[in-house]
Design a protein. Structure first.
Lengths: 205, 205
DNA sequence: GTCTATACACCGATAGAC
DNA sequence: GTCTATCGGTGTATAGAC
């Protein structure tokens, strides 16, 4: 009624996810306890169970939220499918690197903690991850059909390019040698090399 | 049976490392308990402390053993430093991929469990990992000096190439689409693309 | 070299007061 | 919505018998 206790719930929920993300990214899912997360939020351990049925669901929700946001972000700025594959590849690489620099923690978790999901949860997350890989694979196929890309093996090139780009989140630091946009530009260049195509003029340095 | 009076310490030591490697690769360091490892070996948990002062040293020894073996294996078959950089790059890529397919578990652990090392142990392992990266970096520098490689940024190309190649161990399966030597050949091709050089004749398909 | 037994802290999760 | 208290179980690591 006159209580305002309901307003604190959503705020706490966000703090739980934020704290869990930070701690899991730093120490790993198995190494982080519910008590640690609760301490970080400033509540007791039992209170966490108002927001998640169990510990693993917390992990799954972080991963699913990340991958859904990744896919939605791409969908919101995806280039016209009728554009040349080279332009679409550049857009995809820029999107991927920028996103992985900006949201390194959730990217890291979604990549490293897959083995902590049970069978059903793994299948759901894996499906989302695959559909993201397919975006790149389709661009590479289009480029080969246009004759502008000359990769030998589309699936392997996709996996290699994703691995190469995602690796950025394992070493990127805000105070590193290169600013983010310089890193992105260099990765665009390397992606074109991998695909066997000539980089766009404005992507070259 | 009260005890295995005839059993050998060295044999048990090897079994402990083997079991720990398999379990940690599968479930992650933090998720594996000393009791689990002991059960796998067929001893009691307390007996493990005959072979390691604590749990983390078990992890560090697996990592250090892996990286030392990696560096020694390369040293044993490293090409003459006076050979052209292109030949040395091909040799390095073949070595790296073959090794990472053959010893996927230890490779996986050494890349995924770094955060479970304390400061001193991390520094020791990181030093070994760096010296491995420097092998590739030196080859790329030589190739640029020879004029056969045309990468824009040596350090970034090194990191990208290592990430691309090491990614193999995250998806490789014995019953996969391609046999190991076909995978290796395709990665040699992609490495030359990344370095901005022409592949050797015998590496092309 | 391996065992049994155990210390004792911490785990995930639940129950019920307020 | 958050608290305290608590359950049953497991964690790493050690002590001392044989």
């Amino acid at each position: 009624m006159a209580r305002k206790s309901g307003s604190s719930g959503e705020k706490t929920r966000a703090m739980v996810e934020e704290a869990a993300t930070r701690l899991i990214a730093r120490h790993g899912f198995a190494a982080v306890s519910m008590r640690q997360i609760a301490r970080e939020v400033g509540v007791q351990a039992g209170a966490l169970y108002l927001y998640t049925p169990d510990k693993q669901s917390l992990l799954k929700d972080i991963m699913r939220g990340h991958l859904q946001h990744l896919l939605e972000s791409w969908a919101a700025q995806a280039p016209d499918p009728d554009l040349p594959a080279a332009a679409r590849l550049e857009r995809f690489v820029r999107f991927h690197i920028d996103y992985h620099i900006l949201r390194a923690e959730k990217v890291f978790i979604s990549y490293m903690e897959l083995r902590n999901l049970d069978c059903d949860n793994f299948a759901e997350i894996e499906r989302l991850r695959r559909s993201y890989e397919h975006i790149l694979e389709e661009i590479l196929i289009s480029g080969a059909a246009e004759g502008v890309f000359h990769h030998t093996d589309t699936r392997l090139t996709t996996l290699a390019m994703i691995a190469m780009m995602t690796g950025v989140s394992t070493w990127y630091r805000d105070d590193g040698r290169l600013p983010p946009d310089a890193i992105t530009t260099r990765y665009v260049d390397m992606a074109f090399r991998l695909a066997g195509g000539e980089p766009l003029a404005e992507a070259a340095e």
